[in-house]
Design a protein around this ligand. Structure first.
Ligand code: PA5
Length: 443
């Protein structure tokens, strides 16, 4: 089997190669700290060993439950926010056909609990009212407002339609093993429940039931996904040179020290858009603290070349680009010759669309390099479970090393907690009275 590949050659036009070589040992130490659980936030590095620790029995249990749960349902609603939905969505969107959502295949997967829009929830309720649906509710803390709201509303819709025993067959809960409102509710109602390991935080939880259950529900091969991650575990659990997680983390770190404070993740395949959303959370929440961190942004090319292209080429020179470059398309589509050639495209006839896309990618890279945008390239042989599994683990590992290079804890999210607490106080939740007074006085 092939692997994803990293190319950082272009960054050496911007950063000092000898400095990179000097720091490689230091970065390798950070990588070891991740594996030996001796760095900051070491009670949240359980994700490192997930690909090796998950047993075939666990995979089979998820697969057979998901197979059963899919039955007789038009729609399955995955409820969760942040790390409790972005990973699953990233994998499902990458592996699904671009127009599957309009096809006749069922069940369809929809997401909720990732916003507090009244219109979103009211329209979802209306949409589900005449459909057979099930809910997978995911929350590690079990107390996050967005998913809790969505769950209450959709659960009540189910309660109106079904008796208690049918209801139990239509709800799956994924939450903490020891505490939280969702755990209590799941126990009381007897929902089938899967657990998130204590030592794995939300944004690193794709390879736990948080990601695996919805991905299996969507009909994808979670065993292959884990195999890909396992392969990347082996590739990146080494102090040898050419460890791609170390190289990526170090190149980013040196670019950051060179005033390149924004990283844009670019793709040329619309299916990878949700990977970028997941990646933004992973790096943004892990690195963006203590006044430090690269700001993670994303673009979908060639679409966004017609909107963001100008800025990237010519705006403030504080950015660099990481390109997800997919080698092989799933489909084959060749441009035919047109006898009139009134659109002037006959010079492309006989070419595959993917060849034209590749030339757009190459042309863009050359232009951006000329515009002083360092380019990091990640080559993905093709989009399937195995390579997406590799990509996920590669980014998780690189992100942890990056956090350690910045000398911070990449596994907490104090900023997220702050907004949650403010919202609780402003909404009058019990126990938040003091904070509410303070906030109201500052209004
Ligand atoms: O990565 C994280 O830890 C966060 O984004 C959480 O996943 C998010 O806040 C949702 O939390 P919970 O799963 O507890 O509802």
């Amino acid at each position: 089997m092939d692997t994803i590949k990293l190319n950082i050659d272009n960054t050496f036009n911007f950063i000092d190669k000898s400095k990179f070589a000097d720091l490689e040992k230091e970065a390798a130490k950070k990588n070891q700290q991740v594996h030996t659980k001796t760095g900051k936030g070491n009670d949240f590095v359980g994700w490192v060993d997930l690909p090796n620790n998950i047993s075939l029995e666990e995979i089979n249990a998820i697969n057979s439950s998901a197979k059963q749960f899919r039955k007789d349902k038009d729609i399955i609603v995955i409820i969760g926010i942040g790390g409790s939905y972005l990973g699953a969505k990233a994998v499902i969107d990458s592996l699904s056909g671009n127009f599957d959502v309009y096809g006749n295949n069922t069940p369809k997967i929809v997401f909720a609990g990732q916003n507090i829009s009244e219109d979103y929830l009211a329209e979802l309720k209306e949409f589900l009212s005449d459909k057979s649906f099930g809910i997978v509710v995911i929350s590690k803390s079990g107390t996050t407002t967005e998913p809790a709201l969505a769950f209450r509303i959709l659960k009540s819709l189910l309660e109106k339609k079904y008796d208690k025993s049918e209801l139990k067959k239509r709800i799956i809960a994924i939450t903490d093993k020891e505490e939280g409102a969702l755990l209590k509710l799941a126990k009381k109602q007897g929902y089938e429940t899967y657990y998130i390991p204590n030592d794995v935080g939300g944004r690193y939880s794709v390879l736990t039931p948080v990601g695996l259950y919805p991905i299996a529900l969507a009909g994808f091969d979670i065993e292959k996904l884990i195999q890909g991650a396992k392969n990347m575990f082996v590739e990146t659990n080494t102090t040898a040179q050419n460890n791609i997680a170390i190289e990526y983390a170090l190149a980013r770190f040196l670019l950051y020290n060179h005033n390149k404070t924004i990283e844009i993740l670019a793709n040329y395949e619309p299916k990878l858009n949700s990977i970028s959303e997941w990646w933004k959370q992973l790096f943004g929440e892990s690195e963006g603290k203590e006044g430090k961190g690269i700001f993670p942004a994303s673009v979908n090319f060639t679409t966004d070349l017609h909107s963001m292209g100008q800025y990237i080429q010519d705006g403030k020179r504080n950015l660099f680009e990481t390109v997800l470059s997919v080698k092989k398309s799933k489909n084959k589509l060749v441009l035919e010759k047109d006898k009139d050639n009134s659109d002037g495209l006959n010079y492309l006839s006989g070419k595959r669309i993917s060849e034209i896309n590749k030339m757009a990618e190459l042309g863009t890279n050359i232009a951006h390099e000329k515009g002083e945008v360092p380019i990091i390239k990640i080559d993905i042989p093709e989009i399937n479970e195995y390579y997406i599994g590799q990509l996920i683990y590669f980014f998780e590992k690189s992100c942890a090393i990056s956090g350690y290079l910045l000398d911070l804890n990449p596994f907490d999210q104090p900023g997220v907690e702050e907004y949650k607490n403010n919202m609780f106080a402003l909404l009058g939740k019990e126990g938040y009275e003091k904070l509410a007074n303070k906030l109201n006085n500052n209004k």
